[in-house]
Ligand binder design. Sequence first.
Ligand SMILES: [Zn+2]
Length: 466
Amino acid sequence: MIKLPLALLAPALAAPLLAQAPAAAPPPPIVVAPWIHALRDDALANDRYAFDITEGLTTEVGQRMAGTAAEARARAWSVAKLKAMGFGNVRVETFDMPVWVRGPESADILAPFAQKLVVAALGNSASTGPAGVTGQIVAFDSVDALRAAPDAAVRGKIVFIDHRMMPTMDGSSYGQFGAPRRAGPTLASQKGELATVVRSIGTDYHRNPHTGVMGFTDGARPIPAGALTLPDSEQLVRILKRGKPVTMRLRLESTTIASAQSGNVIAEVPGRDSNLPPVLAACHLDSWDQATGALDDAAGCGIVTAAAKRIMDAGRPLRTIRVVWFGAEEVGLFGGLDYLAKHGKEPHHAAAESDFGADRIWKVDSKLGEARRDEARMIGAALAPLGIVTGAFDEAGGSDIGPLLDSGVPGVGLGQDGTRYFDVHHTPDDTLVKVDSAQMRQNVAALTAMLGVLSGGIAPKSRVRR
Ligand SMILES: [Zn+2]
């Protein structure tokens, strides 16, 4: 990248501004070390580690629902893989959690136009039992519209909650338009409904329902709650518009296990100074049950681990890099909360995670604190040649690392392009073919450069030139 001083580009603009007020001293120039450029560019061109992990985990384990035998198999697979890659201190930290297990499910319109719709139960849905529940459909276009409705209008009925989520690059629509899934079932229960179906929180028009976790809060009694595909939701709206009473038989069978084991898989690239706080690079190992969780979040584990491996291959970092493949993220952040309980009091230099698919990173935010502004600017400079814009210096996010960040651990937020993420998120379609390996390599390149900065410099192996 060629950098020209502003004054050369626009002397006429710069001069009057300088005349009006004394300019603040410019920040010192940030010069990225050549070895960071070299590691980043090698990852961009050549990385195979990330795809290899993603392909292996999704092929040899498949779905990895939290707390089940499949997630336990995934932990065993992960330990063997991380040891084989040469990581140190590979271990599992287990914890117990309740488990919800999906059973048979169906949604049949009985009248006025008998037909089958495609549905998936939401995580923690009550079971209808094999007979299902049958009721009249009442529709609302938002959670607020349901909230405003008199209880008598919905009591004993099956409520359908609609919305209009559209794709956004930063994924922000998931926050707002996810309300029907997150808040709808509790509200429906409080109003005395029989059951709830929501338009899937997704952006595709394939006939795949999007599951996801929800919880019954404020003492609400669990009721059956499911998600219809987008085409089926719009079909239901058209049927309702005909003006005749619509009756649905909803069957969402499920079982719950009061307590089962999950765990976080941890591996390290030991630093030269074991007294320094580690840099945490995270993903989650568990997935939803309907697919192999390639984008959510095998790819994230591949990306963060590939980046740490690339630092390890180049030499020994000053600070330890700790890779954590969290367990039980999808069903309620159990892994992140367990890590906070066990390690939250230990200092961490920074935490970052990859849990938004494998499409390119376009922005880097950070929250390292005012005293570490130059380190944050260095990360921005190291990522800029990948087309990544430097965002805010007082923001960092992530789901597994959220509890740690909330407790005050510094963080870096790598913003991936989420435009197509919610097409497959939590559907039977989250499979390996959706991973774009070129964009995945760009992620690895960015994470490698970020870890190069945060880990404080590499002592090169004898034949590696800095
Ligand atoms: Zn995820």
